[in-house]
Design a protein around this ligand. Sequence first.
Ligand SMILES: [Cu+2]
Length: 398
Amino acid sequence: MKRTSYLGMGVVLAAITGAALSSVSHSRGDIGSPRTSGVATPGAAILSMPSMDRPLSHLVPKSSLEVVKGIKTIAPEVPPPVTREQNKIVEYELTVRETAGKIAPNLNYLSLWTFDGVAPGPVMRVKVGDVIRFTLRSDTKNVTSHNIDFHFIAGACGGCADTGIKPGQSKTIEVRALYPGLFMYHCAYNQEGNMAAVHIANGMYGFLIVDPKEPLPAVEHEFLLVESEFYVDNAGPGRGICSLDGLMNENPTYIFFNGKSAELNPPLTIHVNDRVRLYMGRGGVNGFAAFHVIGAIFDNVYPDGGTSDAPREHGIQTVTVPAGGATIVEFVAPIPGKLTAVDHNLSRVFFKGLGQVINVVGTPNHEIYESLTPAGGMPLNEEIRMPGIASSATPAKS
Ligand SMILES: [Cu+2]
């Protein structure tokens, strides 16, 4: 399989190869050259796989795989790319914690149900062909039961059939990662009054990256943005719980990146001409995202988050991402300034709290962009309401 780097802005961009760009921001030592050899351990027995499984022509039996601990991060950070050649058994453990947390400037959400205390849950990362030895625990202080459904798992309800746990319990599964890409996980436990949609609405979702056999080309930055919703009933001043009415009517109070309103998400910083790979997942509960970065053009897009092949789309402004789905996009910012990742369903930005600022620092490039009139005089935002526009909307920050 040959990967190519598309030069959407050839005037300023160097060819992007594993050798040309030396590192990513979070793991400068872990990016290697693209792989040239297969996954098999010399001398190990080989299991046949279906021919339709293009990324994996064969698997090394679990009994001959070394065991390692997996790396977890909190979005927008992602674990370093998995560039090793050999497959491993990767151990991961998540603990369900029913907690509370500040999700908007003046809102403490009292029914924040989480994996490891954060919503979205931790980011995990393995390589296609790896075996994930996964343990789900439930904190003894919890009240309700939970499980986990991984979208990268074929069968067994994505693992939820074997991971249902009561407070204080734990269960472990082993599962092979068969396809590379960005995959959601979420609680899928159904109870009377607390169906799986409530568990997800309360924060029980996250994403796992399965790196392809041949690593994606190295880039300067990788980040994860998870778009999800909160349906809120007030439970006193500055306090909220899940609104079943809002959930039933698919009418979220808030739509956020990485579980918090834009004011609570610190800006990300990149440099002019850095290549950025954004992993973007739609945790839902409901609806589609129109994923867009104001001021950027996606020049490599893996439209639905699968990385079995080279990117299939180039020069794209906005990508559709369904609930329970994902995309992976890359861009290069050729001039300094502020970019903002949004959903171009823009009511979500202006009224429901969504947004992630990405500051681009560096030297202007007038070959790419130049204002020919003097700056000043017109602010970007004005406090003027046009006649005839009602003011019933409730901004997310209130
Ligand atoms: Cu749950």
